[in-house]
Design a protein around this ligand. Structure first.
Ligand code: DC
Length: 229
């Protein structure tokens, strides 16, 4: 067993949309009493404001011009992350297909990413954290104690997202097929963008979750953590 690293422990969980990052990271955070940080929610919270302003997500200049007027803060209530935009708690508005699309497009922009990067790093300086996103192991926390890259087949991820949207009553006319198509488009955009594309860090442990239960994925991650701490 290796010697425990100094300072706070950080676990980076990266992977494409709908792979189960949030469910797994939340559950591990609860077990280990770590702070769970959902970085996708930060991109989504900015997107709520872009949507309210009626901006075309593809218009980089207009999106970036709106950034200085957005006050973004995070509040933790009983371990649950709440996103506050210009004083309003927008947490309940983050998980729609429209916001998913706006976040995927606008997260390509350097100014949007650098706006959130320091905030993400600062959070990891304050506690033991498990942080999920696309570039946590590669860019945000390159010194993370453990880096995990989760994958799953697109169809499996679409089915999971479909069930989640049904449960939240947020289907808004989407079908399993349309969700799968959106997921594939977002995967492509997230992994082909110039800045901080979705990809495993060289030292990440990759886990295909397609045929695993949540408990099995969790156990695999805790096993890897035990090797490092
Ligand atoms: O994880 P999520 O689906 O909530 O993320 C929403 C979008 O935000 C996703 O399409 C890509 C972007 N994102 C990112 O670029 N970098 C992160 N660390 C997290 C999310």
């Amino acid at each position: 067993m290796k010697e425990k690293k100094e300072g706070f422990v950080s676990i980076a969980i990266d992977g494409p949309s709908g792979v189960g990052k949030t469910t797994i990271a939340k559950s591990i955070a609860e077990k280990l009493q770590y702070l769970y940080i959902d970085t996708g929610a930060m991109f989504r919270a900015l997107s709520v404001r872009f949507q309210e302003l009626g901006l075309d997500p593809a218009d980089e200049a207009a999106v970036c011009a709106a950034l200085p007027d957005i006050a973004l803060t995070i509040r933790y209530e009983e371990g649950t992350q709440h996103m506050i935009v210009n004083g309003e708690d927008v947490t309940d508005r983050l998980r729609t297909e429209d916001i998913s699309r706006i976040a995927s497009v606008t997260s390509q922009y350097q100014k949007v990413r650098s706006r959130l990067l320091e905030m993400q790093r600062e959070l990891a300086r304050t506690a033991d954290v498990i942080m999920d996103g696309r570039d946590i192991g590669t860019v945000v926390l390159p010194q993370a104690t453990l880096k995990v890259f989760l994958t799953a087949r697109a169809r499996v991820r679409a089915e999971r997202r479909y069930k989640q949207l049904v449960k939240l009553d947020k289907l808004e006319g989407a079908t399993l097929e349309s969700i799968e198509k959106d997921i594939e488009e977002r995967d492509y955009r997230d992994s082909h963008r110039e800045i901080a594309p979705l990809k495993p860090a060289d030292d990440a442990v990759t886990i295909d979750t397609s045929d695993l239960t949540i408990a099995e994925v969790e156990a695999a991650i805790l096993d890897e953590l035990a090797k490092r701490c």
